[in-house]
Design a binder for this molecule. Structure first.
Ligand code: NAP
Ligand code: 12T
Length: 343
């Protein structure tokens, strides 16, 4: 794609992720020849704001992608499954934020800091990994390269914005209800499309996405499978527990990792400090560590609470926090789009 400006389409432009994509395209002055904002028929005719101007939302159809160079999809997996191939058929590069194509062996699963080089000359669909996976691998890749990784045990503390703008509203409404002594209404979390819903306000729910036959949730299995694919190493033993907590923006993760070689903590700090997209915040003596409230609105992955395990000399514990809608979704996608500007 040898061009200086690009015809871009944002599918799911009214959603939590789509809104952040528009915000980043504006803030980074992405070289646009045109910008199409697409959503379902429900939002067709409404407007979204871009650089202070209203843009009319159109219904996403196969024909929407005529003349589009880059299409950024975040309207759910079923929309991507139908419309992403239609966009590719019409010559667009698709950057897909959903789970639809991530584990397809023909589709590159890209985190720019790690494997931008796997994007070929005729990319078709490029998959953006899951939010929880992205922030973990950005922090672990420099350690993987230096020492190798044999095992990862991760527990997540995930923000409601990962489940879309309705989940944000639900947390706020339920919180108000509980504080005012009313019965909270539960309609969205843990999984909107399932029948059973639980209160998220003042709670912790150990289910993100649907259960698999092996007792893990789909979100947990995304972390297991995507980590191996991105690192290019099927032998890393990964186990994951994904939990939703009443935070609006920013996923936090407690990560235990076993390295293949002995390490010095000083060297771990140096590697993480030098890693692209990583900011280390770690000074116990000043009570400084990453917090979701500080990571919200920022592009980086924040790492702290770095400490050697008490029982395993090659074991390392850390706390990894990032804005799930930014590095976890919109920023990772826009970084990939910027790759086509540069090349
Ligand atoms: P959201 O706030 O609920 O927004 C959903 C968006 O999809 C809205 O713009 C909606 O448009 C649009 N949409 C729904 N059905 C559609 C249809 N049939 N045709 C066209 N557009 C349709 O959700 P979100 O948090 O932005 O997430 C959207 C998707 O992005 C998720 O389903 C997930 O697959 C993906 N995601 C990925 C990550 C990641 O880890 N990389 C993180 C979060 C989300 P209307 O206004 O018309 O309803
Ligand atoms: N169910 O992109 O609910 O696969 O937080 C991301 C976030 C799916 C995804 C969530 C989800 C994805 C969530």
């Amino acid at each position: 794609m040898k061009k200086s400006t690009f015809h871009v389409a944002v599918v799911g432009a009214t959603g939590a992720v789509g809104q952040q994509i528009l915000h980043l395209l504006a803030e980074r002055n992405f070289p646009l020849a045109s910008l199409k904002c697409l959503a379902s028929s429900r939002s067709a005719g409404k407007t979204v704001m871009f650089k202070g101007e209203p843009i009319t939302v159109e219904e996403a159809t196969p024909e929407s992608f005529e003349g589009v160079d880059i299409a950024l999809f975040s309207a759910g997996g079923s929309v991507s499954k139908i419309l992403a191939p239609e966009a590719v058929k019409r010559g667009a590069v698709v950057i897909d934020n959903t789970n639809a194509f991530r584990m397809n062996p023909d589709v590159p699963l890209v985190v720019p800091e790690i494997n931008m080089d796997i994007i070929g000359d005729k990319p078709g669909i490029i998959a953006n990994p899951n939010c929880s996976t992205i922030q973990m691998v950005v922090a672990l890749k420099p350690l993987y390269d230096k020492y190798g990784i044999s095992r990862i045990i991760v527990s997540t503390y995930q923000a409601v914005s990962g489940a879309g703008s309705q989940a944000i509203e639900e947390l706020l409404d339920q919180s108000r209800a509980v504080l005012e002594g009313r019965e909270p209404e539960c309609n969205i979390l843990p999984v909107g499309k399932l029948d059973k819903h639980y209160q998220i306000a003042f709670n912790a729910i150990p289910q993100i996405d649907v259960f698999q036959d092996n007792g893990f949730t789909l979100e947990e299995m995304k972390m297991v499978n995507e980590t191996k694919k991105i690192m290019g190493d099927p032998n890393i033993a990964v186990t994951s527990t994904c939990v939703r907590i009443p935070v609006i923006y920013g996923h936090s993760e407690s990560v235990y990792v076993e390295l293949k070689e002995e390490f010095e903590l000083d060297e771990v700090y140096r590697l993480l400090n030098d890693a692209p997209g990583v900011t280390v915040i770690d000074s116990p003596e000043e009570q400084k560590y990453p917090l979701a409230t500080d990571a919200a609105g920022k592009l980086d992955v924040f790492v702290g609470r770095i400490r050697r395990d008490l029982n395993h000399s090659r074991g390392l514990n850390m706390w990894i926090v990032s804005d799930n809608l930014l590095k976890g979704a919109a920023w990772n996608a826009v970084q990939i789009a910027e790759h086509f500007v540069q090349r």
